[in-house]
Design a protein around this ligand. Structure first.
Ligand SMILES: Nc1ncnc2c1ncn2[C@@H]1O[C@H](COP(=O)(O)OP(=O)(O)OP(=O)(O)O)[C@@H](O)[C@H]1O
Length: 217
């Protein structure tokens, strides 16, 4: 199993110091090469679940494993290595490096993972070939998100975790970017967990998990 979350619990401290449970025993699995939409109302814990899967935060209880390796039992360093080498992250805010041009941004994640990125075909594939020496601020939102997607995929991760990747884009651009991401993900054979509010987008994935009351429904 590529990603396994079993009985995952997470609470945040409330205003009065009393923990407010967000996840109350979440079970979720993602097989290699599978695409999965994580949906749920605002505040249902979608981003929380994704951050736990990425090892960016720690669960209070339960098991989280990536490629069979127990993330919950790892220290911060091991989690960072796992993230760098096996996981690609795409966020709503594109998070590009402003001082690097498109080509360098595309190569960035792969470099961190100790791999040489094949930037040219990737740029071609994402319609960025003419923009390689531009800087992020010179790109449209859709172009910036294409760079962020290319950057995540250039490192050839086994698992892509995407949090509302088209949330900052208009509907038509968002749909186009999502189709490109899906096609690329399928070509590379990576598994994709995507947090989304969009039913249309969720419908494009192999499977859908709906979060309600802190559990998968
Ligand atoms: N670091 C934090 N500290 C305290 N509370 C938090 C923290 N992060 C999230 N929460 C709370 O946990 C709940 C779930 O948040 P989360 O961001 O996971 O929901 P979501 O389903 O992704 O929401 P949205 O669709 O609005 O992005 C919310 O009530 C939120 O206020």
């Amino acid at each position: 199993m590529l990603l396994e979350m079993a009985g995952v619990e997470k609470a945040y401290p409330g205003e009065d110091g009393v923990p407010v449970p967000v996840l109350r025993g979440l079970d979720l699995t993602l097989a290699a090469g599978e695409t999965l939409a994580l949906t749920g109302e605002s505040g249902s814990g979608k981003s929380t679940a994704l951050n736990l899967a990425a090892g960016l935060d720690e669960a209070d209880a339960g098991r989280i494993a990536v490629e069979g390796r127990d993330v919950s039992a790892m220290g911060e360093r091991a989690r960072a290595t796992l993230r760098r080498e096996r996981i690609g992250l795409v966020f709503q805010q594109f998070n590009l490096v402003p001082s690097l041009d498109v080509g360098a941004n595309l190569a960035f994640q792969a470099r961190l993972a100790g791999r040489e990125a094949d930037v040219a075909p990737l740029a071609e594939r994402l319609g960025l070939a003419a923009h390689l020496s531009k800087y992020p601020e010179q790109l449209s939102g859709g172009q910036q998100q294409r760079v962020a997607i290319g950057r995540a995929l250039a490192a050839r991760p086994a698992l892509i975790l995407a949090d509302e990747p088209t949330g900052n884009l208009d509907e038509a651009t968002g749909a186009a970017v999502m189709e490109e991401m899906l096609a690329l993900v399928r070509e590379t054979g990576a598994g994709l967990l995507v947090v989304t509010h969009s039913a249309t987008l969720a419908g494009r994935m192999d499977r859908r998990v709906h979060l309600k009351g802190g559990v998968a429904t």
